[in-house]
Design a protein. Structure first.
Length: 294
């Protein structure tokens, strides 16, 4: 008896999710159903693909070889389905999007309802990371990246730019006083990033030039964490407009050192692999973002 698509999907989902339970959640099936599908597949192939313990699941050598072929098969099926859907001008399939948490929350998520209404056949998978990822390793279709892009084999499409501002909460400024010059920041608590160090260069002009390297009193890996700390009155922060627009409109965060601030705009780009014709589901998502963010 030949293997079935259901069995192949179950196998890949277990590998990607790391467990049968995670695979069941991803595919919307029961744990027992996934387990039976794996058992059938291994029986048909007369080999062990996965070693399963109470703590983790590992591929055997045969499993690794079979996984590569299985991914190619599933990708071919996705391409065939997309080709037919594109001919009907109805892009379809799973679209995996990765972005830093702040951009995902403040820029992408508000656009999801309109995108789903326009393209109901596309299933979005939204993932967040604070550092750059390997698109192939993470099986990601599109990644949103903020700042200057390093040279790479990836294709990139500019989406928009976002201005940087130095901000604090009114509560913090009432307690500590508003800084009147860049030098005054030395007596304040400054909120900065763990990495990269370039994010701790604030756009403030002075004797040092047009970029002031801060010494953070508190650091975090995510801009969203720093935003919440600033809203709680912990210190002064430098963040991009896309994540603070609502806070500034409500007066929860106010700009400081306005006259000393250099206008710096961070470029925001979508990056993706493109070996042949760009998949319809990716192209329509890029067009959608560029139209609304640009």
């Amino acid at each position: 008896m030949k293997t079935t698509l259901e069995e192949l999907q179950a196998f890949v989902a277990v590998v990607d999710g790391g467990s049968i339970t995670a695979a069941a959640d991803t595919l919307g099936q029961t744990v027992s159903g996934i387990s039976r599908a794996l058992a059938r597949l291994e029986k048909k192939l007369d080999t062990t693909l996965l070693r399963r313990t109470t703590r983790r699941t590992e591929l055997t050598e045969e499993g690794r070889a079979f996984l590569q072929r299985t991914r190619a098969i599933l990708a071919s099926i996705d391409d065939a389905e997309e080709h037919i859907a594109a001919r009907r001008q109805q892009p379809a399939g799973r679209l995996r999007v990765n972005a830093a948490t702040p951009f995902m929350l403040h820029a992408v998520v508000p656009l999801v309802p309109a995108f789903r209404k326009a393209y109901p056949q596309i299933t979005l998978q939204l993932d967040t990371d604070e550092t750059y990822i390997d698109l192939l390793e993470r099986r990601t279709d599109v990644a949103i990246r903020i700042g200057q892009l390093p040279d790479s084999t990836l294709h990139a499409r500019p989406l928009c730019t976002s201005r940087l501002r130095v901000l604090a909460s009114p509560d913090y400024l009432a307690r500590t006083g508003k800084p009147k010059s860049v030098a005054d920041l030395a007596r304040h608590t400054l909120l900065g990033f763990n990495q990269p160090e370039s994010l701790n260069q604030w756009p403030l002009r002075g004797a040092h030039g047009d970029a002031w390297p801060i010494v953070p009193g508190l650091t975090a890996s995510s801009g969203e964490t720093l935003r919440h700390l600033a809203l709680q009155g912990v210190g002064i922060v430098c963040l991009s407009d896309f994540m603070t627009a609502a806070d500034r409109a409500r007066g929860d965060l106010v700009q400081v050192l306005v006259k000393d601030t250099v206008e710096v705009r961070q470029p925001i780009s979508a990056v993706y692999y493109r070996n042949t014709q760009l998949a319809a589901r990716i192209a329509c998502f890029l067009d959608f973002l560029q139209e609304r963010l640009g």
